[in-house]
Design a protein around this ligand. Sequence first.
Ligand code: T3D
Length: 264
Amino acid sequence: MTEAPVLTARHLGVATITLNRPEARNALDTASKVALLAALQEVAVDPEVRCVVLVGSGRAFCAGQDLKEHLAALQTGDVEAVWRTVPDHYNPIALTLAELDKPVIAAVNGVAAGAGAALAFLADYRLLAASAGINVAFARIGLSCDTGTSWTLPRLVGPTRAMELLLSGRTVTAAEALSIGLASEVVEDAHFSDRLAELAATLAAGPTLAFAAIRRSLAYSSSRDLEASLVHEAELMRRTGASADHLAAVDAFVAKRAAEFSGQ
Ligand code: T3D
């Protein structure tokens, strides 16, 4: 039986979405892209899910577009059909990831290349295994960039470094990724799974509505002026301020108890 290209597992508020084509370094063929979008859409509306983890199976996180499928499609000569994959697949995946109302961890267990790297850039937390690497490989195969890279990468590392990485198509080691702000944390390979489980559990036990609002706040302000961002912040503070978690956490603080968040 053929294995599903994307697997979703739920455990104690954490949904783990695994890109599951290890023999192809989890490269994204059409079936994977369709399945990934469906998986993201499912966890987006599942109220039990309070943290989403995106990880690769085997040695890689994700090698980006499946270039074998891509070459076969190019060779048909129907270039228009080939490039519909950006608006039809990559763009909705990027938007769904960016707009999830829960924290997202990219568990970069191995190399992340091209659109695979772009998926990681859309997460809130990039946990890298020490042996992992990130490569915005688009120009190496004569392409510009997609899946939100032009939006996320300069915001993560600044325009100068983003341009250098895109022009060179070089691999950034995990250590460098940490030093330039591309990784949130790097952990030795042997401790990767344990640290991922701990981090995901912590986020899943957190104030989910506040986390969602923080995601929205940063995304909003990154393309707005201060005045508009202040108005938006006020609106989100009003919403999170009306949550059960806020009341319970302030109550716990005053009573000198640890806060327990329900996500409501
Ligand atoms: O249609 C569109 O919209 C195009 C959109 C493009 C967006 C993009 O993502 S562009 C970037 C595409 N990705 C790449 O350029 C990365 C290509 N892969 C690599 O550079 C290397 O494979 C890796 C650095 C990711 C991993 O290296 P390594 O040494 O661990 O593995 P390997 O030996 O190169 O590959 C192992 C197998 O995976 C191999 O298959 P085989 O020979 O055993 O049958 C290889 O062909 C396959 N594989 C790796 N990457 C891809 C792939 N197959 C299809 N597509 C891939 N991207």
